[in-house]
Ligand binder design. Structure first.
Ligand code: G3H
Ligand code: ZN
Length: 284
C-alpha cells in the first residue's frame, strides 16, 4: 500500500538497516522496483525527480501508473512515492496534490534562514495531508537532472539539529561528500559529522548519491543513523548496458519489449542486490 516514509524510516533507524530510494524513469523501472520489493518483502521508496516527472508527462501520470501497478502486481509491501529534490514549495504542493506520499524540499543552495522558511512551509502543507518531508543541508556533488553542483559543501551538524527543530521535518539529508552519478575515485564521506548528526539531529538521516559507495561505507553510514539511501545511476547504467548488449547481439530486433524487457530484469536484480546490502529485505 501507498504510505509516507515516516514509519518506514523510523523502523529502519531502530532496526539498524536502511530503506532504498530507487528513482523511476519509466514504466519498466517502476515495474522492476516494485517487483523487487515484493519478492524481497522489503519496504521501498520510489524516487521521482522533477525532470523524470516531466519526462513521464507529469505527477498525475506517475501516481496513476504506480497505483495501477500496485493493484496489477498485487504489491503488499509498504511503498512511498517521493518527490526527489523538490525545487520549490509550489512543486512540492503540486506533487502532494497529485497524490505523492512524500516530498523532498531541496533548499540547501540558499541561505540557512531561507531553507528554514521554505522547509517549514512545506512541512505545514504536507503534514496536514499525512505526507512526509525530507530536507537537505550542504551540497551533494555531481549532477542529477536539474540538480547541478560544481563542488561539494559538507553539512554543519549544528545547523542540522536546528533545521530539524525549527521545521519538524521527518528526515534530513546532510550532504557529507556524496556525489550524484559515478564517483571519481573512492568516495570520501564525512563520517565524523554523520555520527554527530545521526546522534543529535533526532531524525533518521538520508544518504544521497548511493551509486558507487562501497559496502563498508554503506554499513558505517547505517550504523550512524542513515535510514534511507538513494540510488539512481546504478540502475540506469545496468539497464543501458543490457539494452546495448541486446541490440548489438541482434541487428534485427525492433520490438521494444525485446530490449526493454531484459533491461527491466537487470534493474530488478540490481535493486534486489541493494535491498540485501541495505538490510531491508524481509522487513516489510
Ligand atoms: O536523489 C537521488 C540520488 O541521490 C541518486 O544518486 O544517481 O548517484 O545513485 P546516484
Ligand atoms: Zn539526490
Amino acid at each position: 500500500p501507498l504510505v509516507s516514509m515516516t514509519d518506514m524510516l523510523n523502523k529502519a533507524k531502530d532496526g539498524g538497516y536502511a530503506v532504498g530510494q530507487f528513482n523511476l524513469n519509466n514504466l519498466e523501472f517502476t515495474q522492476a522496483i516494485l517487483q523487487a520489493a515484493e519478492e524481497e518483502k522489503s519496504p521501498v521508496i520510489l524516487g521521482v525527480s522533477e525532470g523524470a516527472a516531466r519526462y513521464m508527462s507529469g505527477f498525475t501520470t506517475v501516481v496513476k501508473m504506480v497505483e495501477g501497478l500496485l493493484e496489477d502486481l498485487n504489491i503488499t509491501v509498504p511503498v512511498a512515492i517521493h518527490l526527489d529534490h523538490g525545487s520549490s514549495f509550489d512543486k512540492c504542493k503540486e506533487a502532494i496534490d497529485a497524490g505523492f506520499t512524500s516530498v523532498m524540499i531541496d533548499a540547501s543552495h540558499g541561505p540557512f534562514e531561507e531553507n528554514v522558511e521554505v522547509t517549514s512551509k512545506v512541512v505545514e502543507y504536507a503534514h496536514a495531508k499525512g505526507v512526509s518531508v525530507e530536507a537537505e543541508l550542504g551540497v551533494v556533488g555531481g549532477q542529477e537532472d536539474d540538480v547541478v553542483a560544481d563542488g561539494v559543501i559538507y553539512a554543519d551538524p549544528k545547523e542540522c539539529k536546528e533545521l530539524v527543530e525549527r521545521t519538524g521535518i521527518d528526515t534530513l539529508a546532510p550532504a557529507l561528500g556524496s556525489v550524484h552519478g559515478p564517483y571519481k575515485g573512492e568516495p570520501n564521506l564525512g563520517f565524523k559529522e554523520m555520527e554527530q548528526i545521526g546522534n543529535e539531529a533526532g531524525v533518521p538521516i538520508v544518504l544521497h548519491g548511493g551509486t558507487g559507495i562501497p559496502t563498508k561505507d554503506i554499513q558505517k553510514a547505517i550504523s550512524y543513523g542513515t535510514a534511507k539511501i538513494n540510488v539512481n545511476t546504478e540502475n540506469q547504467i545496468a539497464s543501458a548496458k543490457k539494452v546495448r548488449e541486446v541490440l548489438a547481439a541482434d541487428s534485427e530486433v525492433y520490438d521494444p519489449r525485446k530490449y526493454l524487457g531484459p533491461a527491466r530484469e537487470v534493474i530488478k536484480e540490481t535493486v534486489i542486490g541493494k535491498m540485501r546490502e541495505f538490510g531491508s529485505s524481509s522487513k516489510a
